[in-house]
Design a protein. Structure first.
Lengths: 403, 403
């Protein structure tokens, strides 16, 4: 028996699952406060007081997750067992119809000099239209017998490649070709185990075929850097596992991609919290689970801008009122990981979580922040992958286990 | 090496392990309190202040356990690996001498109309004497070549069946035949995998042989509904695993059954806490571990009666004084799961735990309840199956692990 999957039954409950990306922070020594401690959050504070609260550990103590593992864990997928590659996330993010066994690759178009040395790893962040043109050039130029080859623009200098050859046993395990610094030559695609030799060979062939036409496509010459080379496998959907008709309302492609990989319906077009609220409202009757993704705390944390992250948190605090007015039965507010402004990057720090339902224990806590969740939380500190079990329990969607 | 089992040594310590069934609750929004918060519990409060305290998660976050998994976890048996069937619990509860491989089944005698439709799934809760008569009728009527067949009365309309056919490979995996509603026909015994076909076939044959005599045994006719069809396997006893001579002092058959399955001695006859105290006192010299089971908080919680659950907790608080006067070296007070009156059923909510010993840390907490355990507990929130390790450690019964 698999828990909680094998205990799931359906009901009429609605679950709002708000992921404030990079929500957690750490103490800025000059202020003696985390971003959440510094933020004025009357809505979250009041919600936390009448909710179960605690801290979640995204993967394992000390382990900093990327967005993939961070979200997979939140949605109840073991992030170690389901470590999804960046290439797959990129392809899913643009809604490319991936098939089991596809090799997906994230591409940066770089500019290179006459000898092939990298001038700009991002080609000056060319407009997306220019990226579309480059993808067409590559698409026309490249032909590899026995392999279907797709290249699609993503945004600015970024694109996605998919290799498809059912039955050919394509395997991931080819290192990035991006040397990470300007002035260096792109690396060769090299397999890190024998099973990945075929993919490495195909990518070397691809680079040979594409490099000429791309060199002629601009001045200076363009050249594709390959990253996050990963094999796609089908994950059991949230519908299959938990019986949930899930709607994702995110503004960034990557989070839409993650949602698609887990079988969620994905709303398109919402650009801000106001439009996201409208999208949730529109989907209310046809869905049980609403994944609201809010990017700003992570983005401002990565900028290293403490005050801007505080402001981003205060903004969503205000906006949450509209979502709560929909009267979801269960409300989760948390993050996929911490992004302390002090560090300017993702971190491993545990993430505060609010779990509200008609049968939640009332923490009675006076503020919603990392330190108060540790001191006054009712749920303790626990692995993020167990959050979905709690959510389903609070939603009344789980049968009793055992006699 | 298996922990803690392989580190166990014997000593003279006495462990009182008090399970207040369904102890945990959740916040009643109209009161802003849980049952434990509302209860006046001076004995538990004082004990908690000078004890280690915390919260235990019965199975996994969000998973609501039945009594079997709840108790198995408390006694250090992984509840997922040892998910015991209801039929086995029922048979063990009446002290039926189960053997490895037996198929045990819980029976409800229902009443049916002339066409076989169920009138009352509990046959009006017939007296136990009537159930004994029906079991004798069935026992005489049923004969299946190659299979030993036992049917025993339990209480009122409830009975237990055991099928025994060593070497015949009887397997569990036959669905309940109880349609759960009056007005419906009983279901056929259907195997949910090929290995269980033989048991399904035997049970269909049993129903054919039993139905005639049972129809003639009363007006309206009786018919047996089969539930919790489960295979018995022998569990390593608490004596084998932990070296403990355990005495169970419970008033309800099911908890005696669980205790027998784990090799405890089972006291018979105690009907209330006073008699349970006397039973513990009588067994003091010959046992190391005293499982005291107190049913009332669960029963009142299932009634949805907040005030009655509060009263049940206050009653046991007073009664605990007598048990503490025996001066056990280690005292545990906890529950097998939560039964919030707000929900009127078992729940997944974590359960407060007190662990008292001469070497416990003193939490210094001011009250014993769910919220205070979360805020001021010394043990944090942890899986219930790890509690026995702590108990054995505090009892001085574990060797050091490693050099």
């Amino acid at each position: 028996m698999r828990l909680p999957d094998d205990l799931v039954h359906d009901n009429e409950s609605r679950i709002l699952f708000a992921v404030l990306d990079g929500l957690g922070g750490t103490t800025d020594p000059s202020r003696g406060l985390t971003e959440l401690q510094a933020a004025r959050t009357p809505v979250l504070d009041a919600l936390a007081a009448r909710s179960d609260t605690g801290l979640i550990v995204p993967v394992l103590p000390g382990i900093t997750p990327g967005s993939g593992p961070g979200h997979f864990a939140l949605f109840g997928y073991d992030p170690e067992e389901n470590n999804i590659g960046r290439g797959v996330l990129e392809a899913a993010g643009i809604d490319f119809p991936l098939q089991e066994g596809d090799i997906a690759i994230r591409v940066n178009f770089a500019t290179v000099d006459g000898e092939g040395r990298i001038i700009d790893r991002r080609a000056g962040r060319i407009p997306t239209e220019e990226c579309e043109r480059l993808c067409e050039i590559v698409s026309t130029a490249v032909s590899i017998p026995g392999v279907e080859f797709f290249i699609r623009p993503v945004k600015e200098h970024r694109a996605a490649i998919v290799l498809r050859a059912p039955g050919e046993g394509l395997e991931e395990g080819v290192a990035d070709t991006d040397p990470q610094v300007a002035g260096a030559f792109p690396l060769e695609p090299v397999a890190d185990h024998p099973g990945a030799e075929k993919v490495a060979l195909l990518l070397r062939e691809f680079l040979i075929q594409a490099s000429g036409p791309l060199a002629g496509a601009g001045t200076p010459a363009y050249f594709p850097l390959l990253r996050g080379i990963a094999k796609y496998r089908v994950y059991p959907s949230m519908r299959e596992r938990f019986g949930l008709r899930a709607l994702a309302v995110a503004t960034y492609p990557m989070y839409k991609g993650i949602s698609r990989l887990l079988g969620m319906d994905v709303h398109e077009g919402a650009r801000n919290l106001e439009e996201q609220l409208e999208a949730v409202r529109s989907g209310w009757d046809d869905h049980d689970f609403f994944f609201l993704h809010y990017k700003a705390p992570d983005a401002r944390g990565e900028d290293g801008d403490f005050d801007a992250k505080v402001a981003a948190i205060e903004d969503v605090d205000t906006a949450l009122t509209g979502f709560l007015a929909l009267e979801p039965d269960v409300v989760v507010v948390t993050g996929d990981h911490s992004t302390p402004a002090l560090m300017g990057e993702h971190s491993w720090h545990s993430v505060p979580v609010i779990l509200s339902s008609p049968v939640a224990r009332h923490s009675g806590m006076d503020r919603f922040d990392e330190i108060t969740c540790a001191r006054q939380g009712t749920l303790g500190t626990f692995p993020a992958r167990h959050l979905m079990g709690l959510v389903l329990g609070h939603a009344g969607r789980l049968n009793k286990f055992g006699a």
